[in-house]
Design a binder for this molecule. Structure first.
Ligand code: HGY
Ligand code: MN
Ligand code: MN
Length: 415
């Protein structure tokens, strides 16, 4: 067997780096809080840059503040790209995104140390704001050329902080993201390693998921506007109670999914803010998020209209005004069949058991698929938990996934 097929990652080194990164941005209730361009994200970025440079790779940062480690980069030959994100949701886990970045770093470092030469350059990337403090997948969408000046000027987080200010806080100019676009001919293929964030692999005791498709989503910021009033003196029939409007809307989610969705459809209200928020005042305004997903674009369109009709009917019935901002719309994505088969065949050669899957989570690979042949490798999530401190994947599964990534990237870099 030639030298490259025998290569394996250094599992202890990868475990040490995952553990170190997990300590950056950890808050008092033990979750990890590395929202994009926050203090935690800044510290993680600085740490990652030092690790990339210490690995002997060429460090690069593009206009969207995506970080790269490069091996064999010559600026012309199309490269093989791996990577994910190091930003997290508030109270997030230690593997969502971080695994793909650090396993990618370990893979490139292992290849560099081995002296194995590849026909194509290899890159590992940490994409900015995958989790959507400012919508979703800002960094990888910039690489795909999907960011516009109005996206940048209009991006503001749920606390009213603008993307321009958040990036300026790290000495960055958000408008530089308009320069981050990669020409499709500069990329040969991409493979992202990620935890499944669902229960399937863990329940079936299968080591690896080969992702064939990734769900699509729309994410709204919704505002229901009624009239604040006295909780004691205002008769129920005379109220314009914004929370009652939300309660009725939330109660209709199951019906709307049954009537307009598929068995893969999901909808979540993950954040609610009441105003004025006093126990003895009828809520005059409620701001909430709505995250709706399905792998079929036609179903997503139908759900978009159904939820909007529901809001409109509730507004009329309860004399409430409503408005919503579309914070993010990500199309369902088919992974590249040839790269999918390359991953599956490599797993067979390594005697790794796999199963084909559809991802219920959104990923940077959906942006990359717009400019290159892209696919994903999943490893099991204990009891399917993620976006939580309970997020866990056994080290043995992490090592299996990282070695499959190593051998897949070697094949793609030499095909
Ligand atoms: O929301 C998602 O699916 C991803 O974790 N950003
Ligand atoms: Mn992720
Ligand atoms: Mn996530």
């Amino acid at each position: 067997m030639n030298q490259s097929k025998k290569l394996r990652i250094n599992g202890d080194r990868l475990r040490e780096e995952i553990t170190t990164l997990a300590s950056i941005g950890r808050d008092q209730d033990h979750g990890i809080n590395r929202m994009a361009f926050s203090e935690g994200d800044r510290a993680a970025r600085e740490w990652l840059q030092r690790r990339i440079e210490a690995s002997g790779l060429e460090f690069h940062q593009d206009g969207a503040a995506n970080l790269y480690g490069r091996l064999g980069w010559d600026g012309t030959t199309p490269s093989v790209l791996t990577g994910s994100h190091i930003d997290t949701v508030p109270g997030g886990g230690h593997l969502d995104g971080a695994l793909g970045v650090l396993a990618g770093l370990e893979v490139l470092r292992t290849i560099a140390e081995s002296g194995v030469r590849c026909k194509r350059p290899l890159e590992v990337a940490a994409f900015s704001d995958e989790e959507g403090r400012f919508g979703g997948m800002f960094g990888s969408q910039a690489l795909a050329g999907l960011i516009t000046p109005e996206t940048i000027y209009n991006s503001v987080d749920l606390n009213g902080v603008t993307l321009l200010d958040a990036m300026a806080g790290l000495g960055l100019d958000a408008l530089d993201a308009l320069r981050a676009r990669r020409r499709p001919e500069s990329l040969h293929a991409s493979v992202e390693l990620h935890i499944e964030q669902g229960p399937v692999l863990d329940r079936e005791r299968v080591a690896v998921g080969v992702v064939e498709a990734i769900t699509g989503l729309f994410k709204w910021g919704v505002r229901l506007i009624g009239v604040p009033n006295h909780a004691g003196t205002t008769p129920m029939a005379m109220r314009r109670d914004a929370l009652q409007g939300l309660a009725e809307f939330a109660g209709q989610i199951d019906r709307i999914l049954e009537e307009h969705g598929s068995e893969s459809s999901v909808a979540t209200i993950g954040r609610v803010e009441l105003h004025p928020g006093a126990p003895n005042t009828v809520p005059g305004q409620v701001d909430f998020s709505l995250d709706v997903r399905d792998p079929d674009p036609r179903i997503l369109d139908e759900l978009f209209d159904a939820f909007r009709r529901a809001l409109s009917a509730i507004g009329r019935r309860r004399d409430l005004m409503f408005e919503f901002d579309v914070l993010s719309e990500i199309e369902p994505t088919q992974c590249d069949p040839a790269v999918v088969e390359r991953i599956a065949a490599t797993a067979d050669e390594l005697a790794i058991e796999t199963r084909r899957m559809v991802s219920g989570a959104a990923h940077d690979t959906q942006s990359l698929a717009r400019v290159t042949r892209a696919a994903m490798i999943f490893v099991p999530s204990k009891e399917g938990r993620s976006h939580s401190i309970a997020e866990w994947t056994d080290w043995e599964d992490i090592e299996t996934g990282a070695n499959l990534l190593l051998q897949t990237l070697l094949r793609l870099a030499n095909e």
